[in-house]
Design a protein around this ligand. Structure first.
Ligand code: DGI
Ligand code: FE
Ligand code: FE
Length: 365
């Protein structure tokens, strides 16, 4: 009997998980699947994770004679490390293969004892052809790991689904009707309801539509970077919050008043002073989303790029830029900087010094 243990946060369970399970059975011929939901300590519930019992409720509909759920991470409210769980699982199941999604692989280095895990059990990762994951996997395999990546392209992630509920866009077809019911029953994924309303109130409908699309695009790019949901969601949600402001009601850098770049600086001020955003990385991603800057963080780049390639954007070459960006966001980001700079030059606009320094750093060196 061959056993695959599928570990995930299942926050929430979605059709990507279900398809991955089917594909793993089909390609690798496992006859037994064990679902292993992760559990977070209580202080993380509500700030990102959902209660363990709700995950179990979602997973219930997948159970049959060959599919079971392993609840060892839910037995108490301590933090459970996969490195320890793997040892436990060996006692219970003997030999097994660990299966995970590409998003888990991106964060694998931050787990406890990843080398130990990679050497103790064969791991199968289902992921879209993705440069960052390959890099990560090579690192472990070069020191005795047994990780196999198989191509699994599925346009759905837990982060996307959470954003769709937060934005009240509905996740039609991306979760099962049962999971949708459970999400509604427990009122999950509405932590930012007030903030979303606030943004909607401040923007005209087209700008709000653009904003929602930037959020979803940024989260899709984040499948490569693996940053926390909250950082990417809030920065992209708020990036244009000052777009419809008429005046610089808070101080903005000299010379930016009433220019196209003002809304980025003003947006960061509004986010901090009126919307209670204290996280400097988020505020900076808002502040530099228009001009960029010399040293861009991964978060800065994701917001900047998502803003340029979201689905409502139409310019020559946008399709190609999207294609590059969804396989290598850093490469896409550089092209985006280049395009923006050349566009401004072509229009004979004044180029802000930060825009120039980003161009010099990322394109012109
Ligand atoms: O706010 P969005 O329309 O979603 O997009 P954005 O914030 O990236 O850009 C707003 C405008 O700002 C866009 O037309 C390009 C322009 N811009 C970006 N950098 C500079 C700039 N305009 C000037 N004059 N100088 C710049 O350095
Ligand atoms: Fe903007
Ligand atoms: Fe924008």
């Amino acid at each position: 009997m061959s056993i695959a243990v599928f570990g995930g946060s299942f926050n929430p369970l979605h059709i990507g998980h279900i398809k991955l399970i089917e594909k793993v059975k089909e390609v690798f011929g496992f006859d037994n699947i064990v679902l292993l939901p992760s559990n977070n300590p209580p202080h993380k519930i509500g700030k990102g994770d959902i209660p363990f019992e709700i995950k179990i409720e979602m997973l219930n509909e997948l159970l049959d004679e060959n599919t079971s759920v392993c609840k060892i991470e839910g037995k108490d409210d301590k933090i459970h490390y996969t490195a320890d769980t793997v040892v436990e699982l060996k006692k219970i199941y003997g030999e097994f293969t660990f299966v995970m999604g590409g998003d888990s692989m991106l964060n694998f280095h931050s787990w406890k004892n990843p080398d130990f895990i990679a050497r103790s059990v064969p791991i199968i990762v289902g992921a879209r052809g993705n440069f960052n994951i390959e890099k990560e996997v090579d690192k472990y395999n070069n020191s005795g790991g047994k990780i196999t990546v198989f191509d699994f392209d599925c346009d759905v992630s837990s982060q996307r689904i959470r954003a769709l509920y937060e934005l009240k866009m509905g996740a039609d077809g991306l979760v099962t009707p049962k999971t949708d019911q459970i999400i509604k029953k427990y009122n999950l994924y509405h932590y930012y309801e007030n903030l979303v309303e606030e943004v909607k109130k401040r923007l005209n409908p087209d700008r709000f539509r653009h904003t929602c699309s930037v959020v979803l695009t940024a989260l899709k790019l984040n499948e490569q970077a693996g940053l926390p949901f909250e950082k990417v969601f809030l920065s992209s949600l708020l990036h244009d919050v000052a777009k419809n402001e008429k005046m610089a009601k808070y101080p903005v850098p000299e010379g930016t008043e009433n220019t196209e770049v003002m809304h980025a600086f003003l947006g960061a001020e509004i986010a901090q002073r009126e919307l209670d955003i204290g996280d400097k990385e988020i505020l900076d991603a808002i502040r530099f989303h228009t001009t960029a800057r010399e040293n861009m963080t991964a978060l800065d780049k994701i917001v900047y790029l998502a803003d340029m390639i979201e689905e409502n954007r139409k310019f020559e070459g946008v399709e190609n830029l999207r294609k590059i960006s969804f396989s290598d966001y850093d490469k896409g980001f550089k092209k985006a900087i280049e395009r923006s700079y050349e566009y401004l030059l072509g229009k004979g606009k004044d180029i802000y010094y930060l825009t120039k320094s980003a161009y010099d750093r990322y394109v012109n060196n």
